[in-house]
Design a protein around this ligand. Structure first.
Ligand SMILES: Cc1cc2nc3c(=O)[nH]c(=O)nc-3n(C[C@H](O)[C@H](O)[C@H](O)COP(=O)(O)OP(=O)(O)OC[C@H]3O[C@@H](n4cnc5c(N)ncnc54)[C@H](O)[C@@H]3O)c2cc1C
Length: 487
């Protein structure tokens, strides 16, 4: 490496880094990418690949009338306008073109309706007003395969098993990186090293909410999510955006893996609070369900019966019929022959729990749920069978809480061109960031299904273009030039 130079160095080979690499080569830059792990992909390859975007060809084929303007309004409203409108407008305008770009590289998103994040097609995965969740064939793994192929065929030099230690900078900006104690020079650096879900100290500092799950906390994010972006940012005095934000999925206390492996709770279940009352649609999107749980101010529970337990399919680690019994035997999962007895163990009022279950049994199996509208979400998931009543003892109660840490949002702040911004509000010359490593796009409320992958790919692509442009002019690429490039 000593006698070679590159225009752009990219730190991290997940969705953002690979997108940045491919897009920088499209602007004629030579690119060197370092990946700390043995393989490319990071959290992106573990994901469903669900990608939120507006005004796409897939939506058009299905007759969904959408636009970046509608997406922007929805995004800002959901985040109570706490994000920078200019950055979010650029993201919302660029997400559709980024999806079309992926399609042009070989990603397939079939133009049919999908009822969940694991079925390729277009779905309404979260609380979005319109169908915006694009699920690709092969999911996150498929996205990474396509991007890796594109990067290799564009001549990107990829170095695996190599963790970048620090940035090289001088008063004029960033000039390269240090790896294996060696200095490697370039014109621009893109930080795409993902989040910090696996670093407890950084969680304490930037996302202490995650630690409220205590011993139930488990991290789904990739092994490379160690938070190096925050130390790179500190080196150059970068501002931090997205502090206190991240994505925690609610799970039963005993779940220990993402549901690919953990399995799924039974469809016939009720979520109740410490008053013994239902407080949410049990299918509520993870965009809002952690907030609903937090508002209960105490324990929340998932209740199901013996029929539901017996109906759990085998082959999954956590949600299988035997594991439920093992948790009961260990004294961790509550079990009783009557609802009154279960209520006593839960320390919730028995009359409330009995009434809640009786009302649920009357309404849900008959296809009605006037208070929480679960019937709507079951229909959106393509459920055709009526939901079974909860009337077969014994009954079970599992603590239910936000405990699965998927991604973190605090990172060096970026602007619409993916330039890293310093504490004084100035762009740091030669430094760009994207994905979980680029702060400001992912806010307090997760938009979609598909917010984080869309952020990684869209802002990664922007960062690659801007970094390549920086080499020539010292100025980043304009946002307009990216959004006009819809294929
Ligand atoms: C199980 C799971 C399912 C998910 N499903 C979805 C979904 O369907 N839709 C959605 O929108 N979001 C989803 N997410 C979140 C989303 O996948 C991530 O937020 C997003 O893909 C992050 O992309 P990234 O490129 O920023 O980071 P990553 O994909 O994590 O890539 C960062 C890479 O940088 C490497 N790296 C770190 N430090 C260094 C260093 N110092 N030097 C060199 N390399 C380094 C890491 O090893 C890693 O490979 C999911 C996440 C998980 C864990």
């Amino acid at each position: 490496m000593d006698d070679q130079t590159w225009d752009v160095i990219i730190i991290g080979g997940g969705g953002a880094g690979l997108s940045a690499a491919v897009s920088a080569t499209e602007r004629g830059a030579s690119v060197l990418l370092f990946e700390a792990e043995e393989t490319l992909g990071g959290s992106t390859q573990l994901s469903a690949g669900l990608f939120t975007a507006a005004g796409t060809s897939v939506q058009a084929e299905l007759g969904v009338e959408d636009s970046p303007e509608k997406f922007f309004q929805h995004y800002m409203d959901l985040n109570r306008w706490l994000l920078k409108p200019g950055l979010i407008r650029a993201f919302c305008e660029s997400a559709g073109p980024a999806l079309e770009w992926l399609i042009s590289l070989g990603v397939e998103v079939p133009a049919h309706e999908s009822t969940n994040a694991h079925m390729p097609g277009l779905c309404q995965a979260g609380v979005e007003d319109l169908w915006r969740g694009h699920v690709p064939n092969g999911q996150g793994y498929g996205l990474v395969q396509v991007l890796e192929r594109a990067a290799r065929s564009a001549g990107v030099d990829i170095v695996l098993n190599t963790r970048v230690q620090s940035l090289l900078s001088d008063p004029h900006g960033v000039r390269g990186v240090v790896v294996d104690d060696e200095e490697i020079h370039c014109s621009a650096v893109v930080i795409a090293s993902g989040g910090f879900a696996r670093d407890r100290g950084l969680l304490e500092k930037y996302y202490p909410y995650a630690l409220r799950a205590a011993e139930s906390l488990f991290v789904a994010a990739g092994p490379g999510s160690r938070g190096d972006h925050l130390s790179f940012g500190e080196q150059v005095g970068a501002a931090v955006a997205g502090e206190g934000y991240g994505l925690m999925l609610p799970t039963a206390y005993f779940q220990s893996r993402h549901h690919w492996e953990a399995g799924f709770p039974p469809r016939s279940r009720i979520h109740v609070n410490s008053a013994g009352r239902r407080f949410m649609n049990e299918d509520a999107s993870y965009a809002v369900s952690p907030g609903l749980i937090d508002r209960q101010g105490g324990s929340t529970w998932m209740i199901f019966d013996e029929t539901a337990r017996e109906s759990l399919p085998g082959g999954y680690v956590d949600w299988n019929a035997d594991n439920i019994l093992a948790e009961v035997a260990a004294g961790r999962l509550l079990c009783a022959d009557s609802l009154a007895e279960l209520a006593e163990k839960m320390t919730v009022p028995a009359e409330a729990l009995e009434y809640t279950v009786a009302a649920w049994n009357e309404e849900l199996p008959a296809g009605e749920d006037p208070v929480f509208l679960r019937t709507d979400s079951l229909a959106a998931k393509g459920a055709s069978e009526p939901i079974a009543p909860l009337d077969t003892p014994p009954y079970y109660a599992a603590r239910y809480l936000p405990a699965e840490l998927v991604c973190t949002h605090a990172a060096p702040e970026i602007d619409a061109r993916a330039r890293v911004i310093d504490r004084y509000g100035r762009p740091v010359p030669g430094l760009f960031a994207a994905g979980e490593a680029g702060g400001g796009v992912l806010g307090s409320t997760y938009v979609g299904g598909g917010n984080a992958v869309a952020n990684a790919i869209t802002m990664g692509r922007t960062a690659g273009h801007s970094a390549a442009e920086h080499r020539g002019s010292g100025r980043g690429a304009s946002t307009e030039s990216l959004t006009e490039e819809t294929t």
